[in-house]
Design a protein around this ligand. Structure first.
Ligand code: DC
Length: 232
């Protein structure tokens, strides 16, 4: 009998390695990987370019009014073997990963109308199952009936170190202190916002990867996924 396809929801704090493990899982199971953080980042980039958000002000209403004109989609990049993020048909994959977008994204992601639009799109993407989706509210709001839910944690220090390495390897000029501050600040906004705050779903399995190698983590999670598929 052919294996049933399931939905795997991965939530957790920023820079806990959610996307790394989600990509590994999707590749190994031949599932589709969806990075929902990229969608919030693309809306944030749109708002920044329009001048709706900067260090001194944020105009959520102006952004809400323009939501119908924001189209976000993913396009497979054969060179990377992964999808790039497109904002109104422009490839913004690189730009959305910068620390400047990270600085504003939690504020944009707290806007209910932004969330509503993106959650609808995410629900649509999961209709056929066979999907690994990572974010903050996947197991609680987007797919409360997902067959496997994971909640990833690691210490803020470990996460900031990983994110700092990633950014500097990409050539961004950032300090470790700024990255740590951003990680802590986003955790705070993401978990205290009114709409869909980051929290562990009651039936999610918590994985603290502070002391796990990537291989150990992947083996553990692949085992959980195979089990969930068997029981689906
Ligand atoms: O996963 P990430 O760091 O790229 O996500 C960027 C931000 O987007 C994160 O700080 C909170 C927000 N986000 C969210 O609110 N809900 C999601 N499902 C995914 C991300």
């Amino acid at each position: 009998m052919e294996n049933k396809k399931i939905i795997i929801a991965i939530d957790g704090y920023s820079s806990t390695g959610k996307s790394t493990v989600a990509k590994q899982l999707a590749k190994s199971l031949q599932y589709i990987y969806v990075d929902t953080g990229a969608m919030y980042r693309a809306v944030t980039l749109f708002a920044m370019r329009k001048g709706y958000i900067d260090d001194n002000h944020f105009d959520p209403e102006a952004l809400e009014n323009e939501l119908p004109s924001i189209r976000i989609r993913f396009e497979f990049n054969p060179e990377k073997g992964l999808a790039d993020t497109l904002l109104n048909d422009e490839n913004v994959e690189k730009e959305i990963r910068t620390l400047s977008v990270s600085r504003f994204v939690s504020k944009v992601a707290a806007v209910s109308k932004v969330r509503k639009k993106l959650v609808e799109q995410q629900n649509e993407m999961g209709k056929a199952k066979g999907i690994v989706m990572d974010g903050r509210d996947i197991g609680t709001v987007v797919f409360p009936n997902a067959e496997l839910k994971l909640f990833m944690t690691a210490t803020a220090k470990d996460r900031a170190e990983r994110r700092f390495l990633e950014l500097t390897e990409r050539g961004e000029k950032v300090t470790y202190e700024d990255v740590l501050k951003n990680v802590v600040n986003r955790d705070h906004i993401d978990s205290t916002r009114k709409d869909s705050p980051l929290r562990k779903a009651s039936d999610a399995i918590q994985i603290d990867n502070s002391n796990l190698t990537l291989e150990q983590q992947f083996e553990q999670i692949l085992g959980l996924a195979k089990n969930a598929i068997k029981n689906a």
